[in-house]
Write a protein that binds this ligand. Structure first.
Ligand code: SAM
Length: 329
């Protein structure tokens, strides 16, 4: 799949559910209404959809959400998709998770060929963790991380940098992650979906965070590129990798290799734009994949050059109306 700007689309992120057992305050509103279960693609349909993308050249598949591990029978899908790893068609099958169910699933994930997962942890203070997630139990997430590491799964910790919330804790989190052999990535808040607070109050530019980290650590740029908006440095003092995901201060759309599909089969060609294509109808209209393939090709032909998230007082509305939990991280 090659888009109009010559970019090869080889990475698919699939949100398997919009539901989550947490309600992170920068991500969702407290009283989120989730989709009726009947609107969701079945696990078989998700498998068919992913398989069509793999046949079209997708090499990396990330399951996300909502919280992917709260989808009922999710391991059926993971085990089924792992056949593409065995055949060599797929290079990587991975997940982004909040870690709450990881202790339960780590061994099975490893068995199915999952080699790495991203776990979102915004603070190491149990009370603050409970507050920001509005219900999460940090110990349970830490137990999930232990289980995944014990199963041989590599972990990248993702933390959203939030002004006045975790800025002072970032050096400690970095030392903790690297001390356990995990990569650590910081993310700028993105203006996605209505939430209760004002995002500008939370917004912390990572350029500022980097300057402040450089007072204690030596950061050396490294050329690791994932086709996404992350840039990586090596931290000399810890020997670990630190990533900066900066969709606002910099966007790196020119190298974008990814598209996203939701649990209802809606394909988003860009995280920061509302244009989308419905794949559920062509998926359901026939048992063969002809209609589906046409719809995918047509959508890839519309992949936009990039997004233009802005976050300022004049733009009080979010740049895109859907919440991050719809398309996943
Ligand atoms: N439940 C899983 C998790 O917690 O990782 C997967 C879905 S979650 C939406 C994926 C990532 O998006 C998490 O790291 C979360 O912190 C991040 N996220 C959610 N809303 C965001 C926003 N508005 N700006 C930046 N990152 C956001």
């Amino acid at each position: 799949m090659i888009d109009p700007f010559g970019r090869h689309v080889t990475y698919l992120r699939v949100s398997v559910t919009d539901r989550c057992d947490f309600r992170c305050s920068y991500c969702m509103a407290e009283d989120m209404e989730f989709l009726p279960r009947k609107d969701l693609l079945s696990l078989e349909e998700l498998d068919r959809l992913c398989t069509a993308f793999v046949a079209k050249g997708v090499k990396k598949l990330r399951l996300t959400g909502g919280e992917p591990l709260v989808r009922k029978n999710i391991m059926h899908l993971v085990r089924s998709l792992s056949r593409h790893l065995k055949s060599g068609a797929l290079e990587e099958l991975t997940l982004t998770t909040n870690g709450s169910q990881l202790a339960r699933y780590a061994a099975e994930l490893a068995e199915a060929g999952v080699r790495r997962v991203n776990v979102s942890v915004d603070t190491l203070d149990p009370k603050k963790f409970h507050d920001i997630t509005r219900r999460g139990d940090l110990d349970r997430v830490l137990a999930g991380i232990d289980a995944a590491l014990a199963a041989g799964i590599a972990i990248k910790i993702n933390a959203v940098a939030l002004k006045g919330f975790n800025d002072a804790e970032i050096p400690q989190m970095l030392r903790w992650a690297h001390g356990r052999g995990m990569d650590f990535t910081l993310i700028e808040t993105m203006p996605m979906g209505e939430i209760e607070g004002d995002r500008l109050d939370q917004y912390l530019p990572l350029s500022e965070v980097r300057r402040s980290l450089e007072q204690d650590f030596t950061l050396a740029d490294i050329p690791l590129r994932t086709g996404g908006p992350a840039r990586y440095v090596e931290v000399k003092e810890t020997g670990g990798r630190l990533g900066f995901i900066t969709p606002l201060t910099h966007n790196f759309c020119e190298g974008c290799n990814r598209v996203r599909v939701t649990c209802t089969g809606t394909l988003y060609m860009c995280l920061g734009q509302d244009d989308a294509a419905d794949l559920r109808a062509p998926l359901r209209e026939s048992e063969g994949n002809e209609l589906l393939n046409v719809a995918i090709d047509e959508a890839i032909g519309r992949k936009p050059k990039g997004h233009d998230f802005v976050i300022d007082r004049a733009t009080s509305r979010p740049a895109v109306v859907r919440h991050m939990s719809v398309t996943g991280g």
